[in-house]
Design a protein around this ligand. Structure first.
Ligand code: UD1
Ligand code: UDP
Length: 360
């Protein structure tokens, strides 16, 4: 790796739509780049499909760490990256979001004295029972460049004592990817492919707090079935939740359609045509906000409150879910909406400009 290269570290599904516009914009600025895939996600539908559809460059290296406990997965990424970074010292390491791969890369780079840039800095759920919250806090505190997607993030970083000159409000690169692909989302095509009626609900579920406890999954399945009593539900299911939710009887409702995770284009097409989305995903809260699709988030909190204040998102519980779906269907989509500041498709370019200037 050339010594002046920027090293991007990505490894899990939500990293890929965030990295794509940053890599493309840095290319336009003539910055030399390398991409390491940690292998945290490895199924075709959790990884390679994004590379094909978003025209991401082939990773220069795949560490192939795979699944494991938090410590073993994080440690495997750290060991693999340390070897690489010692041998080929990058000028800057760029990490994305709040996944274990980002935590591991940030720690290794910081200890080697290699500057770290964090894309999606400053988000806080203030819920330390989420592994992602721990990752966010640690990554932000060892980062040298912090790229924030929303103004609330700036306030959190300031409260935590992070120097304001390191922090830049740049907009949302995941939304760059959404806007860049608007012409490729084929609502009629996905509706026909899945034989869906005009009105349907899309759901995604994968948070440990929702799917990790086998006994608790029964309550979640009951809540999802109560949604399916209103409208057909299509659920592209993350591998994490599959066993517990299926054992809890998820498939037993005739209007519940559980499918494999979808490619990015198919998934966003499905969401764009949905009457309501039920989710615990971070990215999906943002995508529905931009698309104007009502979103009900099955979580006690969100690190993305801007999707509530400027978007279509509402927090719900298992007991309020069915009623929230019914009232959302009655209201329909709102015609006029304000989108969050700088969610305009140019976040990647803003990030690239700052990185290029820093490297000079
Ligand atoms: C990770 C992130 C989470 C993010 C999610 C996005 C952490 C701590 N969590 O959670 O923030 O929202 O990705 O999807 O980094 N598995 C497969 N195939 C794969 C990948 C995973 O079958 O390609 C299964 C394995 O059984 C694995 C489980 O999913 O144990 C969980 O994978 P892991 O990467 O540990 O965490 P996620 O739940 O995917
Ligand atoms: N996504 C996808 N196929 C699916 C489910 C999600 O392409 O079946 C995309 C979604 O559009 C978003 C990203 O994956 O861009 C979000 O990833 P995920 O929900 O796994 O992670 P989170 O955002 O919760 O960390």
């Amino acid at each position: 790796m050339p010594a002046d290269a920027v090293l991007h570290v990505a490894g899990a599904r939500p990293n890929f739509p965030k990295a794509a516009p940053v890599i493309r914009a840095l290319d336009r600025h003539g910055v030399r780049q390398r991409l390491v895939h940690t292998g945290q996600h490895y199924d075709d539908r959790m990884s390679e499909v994004f590379f094909r559809q978003l025209r991401l460059p082939e990773p220069d290296l795949n560490l192939g760490v795979g699944s494991g406990s938090h410590a073993s997965q994080t440690a495997a990424v750290m060991t693999g990256l340390e070897e690489l970074m010692v041998a080929d010292r990058p000028a800057l390491t760029v990490v994305y979001g709040d996944v274990n791969s980002a935590l591991a890369a940030a720690l290794v780079a910081a200890k080697l004295g290699i500057p770290v840039a964090h894309v999606e800095a400053g988000l806080r759920s203030f819920d330390r029972s989420m592994p992602e919250e721990i990752n966010r806090v640690v990554v932000d505190h060892v980062s040298d460049l912090l790229f924030a997607t929303s103004p609330d993030a700036l306030a959190h970083l300031e409260t935590e004592g992070i120097a304001t000159e390191k922090v830049h409000l740049v907009g949302n690169p995941m939304i760059d990817t959404l806007l860049a692909n608007l012409d490729r989302f084929d609502v009629a095509g996905i509706r026909a492919a899945l034989a869906l009626p005009e009105r349907y609900v899309v759901a995604t579920l994968h948070r440990p707090g929702n799917v990790d406890d086998a006994a608790d999954a029964v309550g979640l399945v009951k809540a999802m079935h109560s949604v399916a009593d209103h409208l057909p539900v299509v659920l592209p299911l993350h591998p994490r939740g599959r066993r517990h939710l299926e054992n809890a009887g998820l498939l037993s409702h005739r209007a519940m359609r559980v499918i494999e995770p979808l490619g990015y284009l198919e998934f966003v097409s499905l969401v764009r045509g949905a009457a309501v989305v039920v989710t615990d995903s971070g990215g999906v809260q943002e995508e529905t906000t931009m698309l104007g699709v009502p979103c009900l988030t099955l979580r006690p909190n969100t690190e993305r409150p801007i999707t509530i204040t400027h978007g279509t998102n509402r927090l719900v519980t298992r007991s309020t879910l069915a009623e929230a779906v019914a009232s959302t269907l009655a209201t329909g989509r709102l015609a006029v909406r304000a989108t969050p500041p700088l969610w305009d498709g140019a976040a990647g370019e803003r990030i690239a400009r700052i990185i290029a200037a820093t490297l000079r």
